[in-house]
Design a protein around this ligand. Sequence first.
Ligand code: 5GP
Length: 180
Amino acid sequence: MTKLFVISGSSGVGKGTVIKGFLEKHPDFKLSISCTTRTKRMGEENGVNYFFLSQEEFENCIKNDEFLEWAEFSGNRYGTKKEYVQKCLSKGENLILEIDTKGALNVKKIMPEAILIFIAPPSFEELEARLRGRHTETEEAIQKRLASIKLEIENSQYFDRKVINDTVENAIQQLEKIML
Ligand code: 5GP
C-alpha cells in the first residue's frame, strides 16, 4: 500500500542527511520536490532540490489554489503542489515530504492518513553548533532560524512519531522501524 510520510525537524538537525541515507537504502521511496522563493544554494538545481519560483510565480500558485500546503519560513516561502503529490501517490510511489512542522500539520488536516515524523536533535546546543558549522548563512539568517526552532519543537507534540538524531545510523534505523 502506498504511504505518505511527512518528515520535519529543526534546521541543522541533519534531517537531510538522515533522509538521504534512508533513500539510498530504500530506492522505492521518493522525496517530494517542493517549490520555494528562496535563492539557490551552491550545488542546488531547479527541479532536483526544489522548483525555484519568483515571488510572482509563487503568488499565482496560491491564487490558483495549487498548493496542498505552503508556509513562510525565515522570510522565504515554501510550498508543496497538490497535483505533484497526487501524481506520485497515484503512481503507487511511497512519498516523503520534507517540510516544516506547520506545513506538516496542515497536510495532516487534509490527508489524515499521512504519518508525521519529527527528527529531533540530541540537544539544543548541538543543534546551534551544527547550524553554525554549515557556514552557508549570515548571522541574521541563523538568528531567524534559531527563533523558529522553539515553535517547531512546540508543534512536534502533535506528530505521530519522534526520531532522535544522535547518530545518522541510529536515526535511519528508527525511520526503518516506522516506515517499512
Ligand atoms: P531550506 O531552506 O533549508 O531548504 O529549508 C528550510 C525549511 O523549509 C525546512 O524546514 C524545510 O523542511 C522547509 N520546507 C521545504 N519545503 C517545504 C514545503 O514545501 N512546505 C513547507 N511548509 N516547508 C518546506
